[in-house]
Design a protein around this ligand. Structure first.
Ligand code: MG
Length: 229
């Protein structure tokens, strides 16, 4: 693997094992309004805005999109469902991954489509000193969310790195698409039910079966480097 200046790191499904909760919150809201959905399909929409997800489902199931007000109302229900679940657990292996990226001299930057305060506030507790001010791109910092390249371009420019010198860490196909469109090297980590082909289709440069596997891989690089010293 080449030397990267920065690691641009997604949050949901990467730093936190939160996608199960997001998917369940979507499913509950849809069930309540009688919208027929598959429990696993929400993993494919990760990265899309709430409004875009709602309109995709409405168009498919009812043949029409909804007003911005109705989309906002439904999305608020989904968000409340998620909050009621309590804070999501740290993704097993993610703290080792973050430590290894730091030891490999990569500047670590958070690049998330989330604006969910419950998780953003927890970052300093679970990953102390890593995602400090100036090392975070959230939903509030961009005009266009993933799969648009803007969030990852912004993450790279925050730390003065060329996108080609950045490694993206993603768990979602649309996130992989955003990273590739920005011109970054993208590591996809399969932490949910999305099949491998979806990450291949989006052009992921490397695909790992779990966060533990990715952390092992990075620690292996580190060990080799130290042996060579
Ligand atoms: Mg994610």
């Amino acid at each position: 693997m080449k030397r990267f200046k920065a690691a641009l790191i997604d949050m949901d499904g990467v730093l936190y094992d939160s996608m199960r909760g997001h998917a369940a919150s979507w499913k509950k809201m849809c069930d309540e309004i009688g919208l027929d959905t598959d429990p696993d399909e929400f993993y494919m929409y990760e990265g899309m805005t709430g409004k875009a997800t709602i309109n995709l489902l409405m168009k498919r199931e009812r043949g029409h999109e909804v007003s911005d007000e109705e989309a906002a109302r439904l999305y608020a229900i989904k968000t409340a469902n998620f909050r009621a679940l309590g804070p999501a657990p740290v993704m097993p292996g993610a703290q080792r991954m973050i430590a290894a990226l730091g030891a490999l001299s990569m500047t670590r930057v958070l690049v998330t489509g989330s604006a969910q305060a419950s998780l953003l506030d927890k970052l300093e507790h679970d990953y102390p000193g890593v995602f400090v001010d100036g090392r975070r791109v959230t939903a509030l910092d961009v005009k266009h969310g993933k799969p648009d390249p803007e969030p990852y371009l912004k993450g790279a420019s925050l730390v003065g790195a060329h996108p080609a010198d950045c490694m993206v860490v993603e768990n979602a196909p649309l996130g992989v698409r955003a990273g590739k469109a920005a011109g970054c090297f993208v590591c996809a980590v399969m932490t949910g039910p999305v099949p491998r082909e979806e990450f291949v289709k989006e052009g992921a440069d490397m695909i790992f079966n779990s966060m533990e596997e990715f952390a092992d891989y990075l620690e292996g690089i580190l060990e080799n480097k130290q042996l060579r010293k």
